[in-house]
Design a protein around this ligand. Structure first.
Ligand SMILES: NC(=O)c1ccc[n+]([C@@H]2O[C@H](COP(=O)([O-])OP(=O)(O)OC[C@H]3O[C@@H](n4cnc5c(N)ncnc54)[C@H](O)[C@@H]3O)[C@@H](O)[C@H]2O)c1
Length: 270
């Protein structure tokens, strides 16, 4: 077991835009070193430029195993370990009802959003299993030898699901299917690795003000527009990406060491 005062390390996929970018910025504000990964390397570099912390930008395609493995290797070569990961990269796909949806659209969305998260977990967890558990604040937990903080944490991962992973996603069936899948993968990974000091949780944001939400508005048919209207939320507005980032970094942190296999809805009351 190790106790440490070194900077913890966070890896963020989809770090070049929207929620991923806001999460990398928040991790950096909290003192983490950051690995900003995205298929769009330029956008990852732009995010890196916003951080006042050690970091690297990595080009990754999360649908390709060798690319994901290389991302994890790059992170470990630079920083030695990965304490936290946010698997945020995702795509929306086209809006259409099932009958009108092309088969390859289903495959592509599932490939990125479901298989991509699974591949990230596969290589992130493999790395975390090799890491020494880190014990935070051992003196505080000395008389409670069984609590997680005393036994130490190897790593903590948060996956991006969606409100679309909890509710029907009319006009977005591949997207909805992929986000339900993310919850299944999250809960399975959590159970498989709980006893080894690795936590896996998910966030389920509602509509969040990012380029993906802009795309949804642009491509939605007229009779779907009510559903993308911020007024359809009890809070009467969209989430800011920073509000999702706050939840992600909290779930990743050792503020909640016994929380695993959970999904946190961030949806203004919906
Ligand atoms: N914006 C919303 O309303 C909303 C709501 C719920 C859930 N989400 C989820 O949150 C996550 C982030 O969404 P966002 O709104 O910030 O989207 P975004 O489009 O702003 O960012 C997504 C990022 O993922 C990257 N990406 C796409 N395919 C990739 C691949 N194959 N490999 C690596 N990177 C890839 C993109 O380049 C982009 O930078 C997604 O998983 C999304 O499904 C978004």
């Amino acid at each position: 077991m190790a106790t440490s005062t070194r900077k913890p390390v966070a890896l963020v996929t989809g770090g070049g835009s929207g929620i991923g970018r806001a999460t990398a910025v928040r991790f950096a504000e909290l003192g983490y070193s950051c690995v900003v990964a995205d298929i769009d390397e330029q956008s990852a570099k732009e995010t890196l430029g916003m951080l006042q912390t050690p970091g690297i930008a990595v080009q990754v395609d999360i649908t390709i195993a060798t690319s994901v493995e290389a991302m994890v290797t790059a992170a470990v070569q630079r920083f030695g370990r990965i304490d936290c990961a946010f698997n945020g990269a995702g795509i929306l796909g086209a809006s259409a009802r099932i009958v009108e949806s092309p088969e390859d659209a289903f495959d592509r969305v599932m490939d990125v959003n479901a298989k991509g998260v699974w591949l990230c977990l596969k290589y992130e967890i493999a790395q975390m299993l090799q890491q020494e558990p880190v014990v935070s604040d051992p003196a505080r937990w000395a008389d409670k030898p069984d609590v997680c903080r005393f036994r130490g944490v190897r790593g903590s991962i948060v996956n991006a699901s969606s409100l679309a992973g909890l509710l029907p996603s009319t006009w977005l069936s591949p997207y909805g299917a992929s986000k339900w899948a993310v919850l299944g993968i999250t809960k399975t990974a959590a159970v498989e690795y709980a006893s080894e000091g690795i936590r896996v949780n998910a966030v389920c944001p509602g509509l969040t003000a990012t380029p993906m939400r802009d795309q949804l508005v642009e491509q939605s048919p007229p009779d779907f527009q009510d559903r993308v209207d911020p007024k359809s939320y009890p809070a009467g507005r969209l989430a800011a990406p920073e509000e999702v980032a706050e939840a992600v970094t909290w779930l990743c942190s050792d503020a909640c060491p016994f929380t695993t296999g959970e999904h946190l809805k961030i949806s203004g009351g919906l």
